[in-house]
Write a protein that binds this ligand. Structure first.
Ligand code: SAH
Length: 350
């Protein structure tokens, strides 16, 4: 058992089974034993990798999309450039480098990073030295100003609850202890479940996931954009409406049993975009491959290839393919762009 598994088992023996959301929150952000609070998990030596760590093109193109959206909205003279869950800071570094040449963009931007992990804040500070970002724990404390925001693989790390519809009605999937090990079980039948299309349309025997934390995050950003203007790009793996158990653990680049190594494996769930899109005044939605293609990844890839040879060129071509190909991240990953009613469409969409 990991140290966190022992703590959770103790808590469960004292106060009863916990929800999957409680479990995820403890595993990822426990102050002493949490996965993100204690480590930098990215890269080949870590547990997983993300689009900005695969290629600089990802951040460059999304940075130019944000700058174009800023220009399309009249280039407000003060705005918040925000990122949620910036990881190593690589995406923001690429955004800032790509937008250096956009007149007035950097001067008008106030850079704010929403990051819960003290370890990753340190890494971000080193990556972004020279840019003086401000950090906060909460989206609610972003400045009241036009908001240009990006969040890559942030929503998939937010805690989900799981519900099963069976002969007794709805029951919640809980985590208890049996034979000194953490194990899944079910709550007593529930009187009430969240009122979303996934619950309303569920057939018997289906497991439905509810990501309240993701809905709160997207609602807060959408409200700010409706009030002050701006655009928010949410990029994550998932679909419009997914079904079934999507809770997954990743450890050293291999799938792991989600209950096996609490605090030592990454835990994520697929993002359901339908209930999130419904929270925006206006939105656009498409696959990552389609959006990067419209933002000009082909031309950018060719331009970068001109300076490369041998293994570096091979790895650049592989990274391009990985970001855009339907069999890699191109169609599994989606982009939801939220904006305000009547505003120009966000760059990158048809
Ligand atoms: N966007 C980065 C990292 C994605 S991993 C990339 O693409 O490489 C998830 C990030 O979200 C990490 O930085 C993690 O510490 C942060 N995070 C997870 N849950 C959070 C929460 N509730 N509040 C703030 N940050 C959180």
């Amino acid at each position: 058992m990991t140290p966190l598994a022992r703590l959770l088992a103790e808590r469960i023996r004292e106060t009863g089974p916990i929800t999957v959301a409680d479990y995820m929150a403890e595993c990822l952000l426990h102050p002493v034993h949490g996965y993100y609070t204690t480590r930098d998990p990215f890269g080949t030596k870590g547990d997983f990798t993300t689009a900005p760590e695969i290629s600089q093109m990802f951040g460059e193109l999304l940075g130019l999309a944000l700058a174009q959206a800023w220009l399309d909205r009249g280039a407000p003279s003060r705005f918040t450039l925000a990122e949620l869950g910036p990881g190593r800071g690589t995406l923001m570094a690429d955004i800032l480098r790509a937008t250096r040449g956009v007149p007035g963009f950097h001067a008008a931007a106030q850079l704010v990073l929403v990051e819960a992990s003290p370890v990753l804040r340190k890494v971000q500070s080193a990556t972004l030295s020279g840019h003086a970002p401000a950090w906060t724990d909460r989206i609610e404390s972003l400045p009241d100003a036009p908001l240009f925001l990006i969040a890559n693989e942030f929503l998939d790390a937010l805690p989900i609850r799981q519900f099963l519809h069976g002969p007794q009605g709805w029951q919640e999937r809980l985590i208890g202890v049996r034979d000194a090990a953490l194990t899944f079980g079910l709550s007593d039948p529930l009187l009430q479940v969240p009122d979303t299309p996934a619950f309303r349309n569920a057939a018997d025997g289906t497991l439905v996931e509810d990501n309240l934390a993701a809905r709160l995050a997207v609602a807060e950003v959408s409200t700010r954009i409706a009030r002050h203007g701006g655009v928010g790009y949410w990029i994550d793996y998932g679909g419009w409406r997914s079904q079934g158990d999507t809770l997954q653990a990743l450890r050293q680049h291999a799938p792991d049993d989600p209950l096996a190594h609490p605090g030592q494996a990454d835990l994520t769930a697929h993002v359901d975009f339908e209930p999130l899109a419904a929270l925006a005044q206006a939105f656009a939605y498409d696959s990552q491959g389609a959006v990067l293609t419209r933002l000009g990844i082909e031309a950018r890839a060719e331009r970068l290839a001109q300076n490369l040879t041998g293994a570096a060129l091979e790895s650049h071509r592989a990274a391009h393919r990985r970001l855009t190909h339907p069999e890699e991240m191109g169609s599994l990953f989606k982009v939801l762009a939220v904006t305000s009613a009547g505003a120009p469409p966000p760059p990158g969409f048809a």
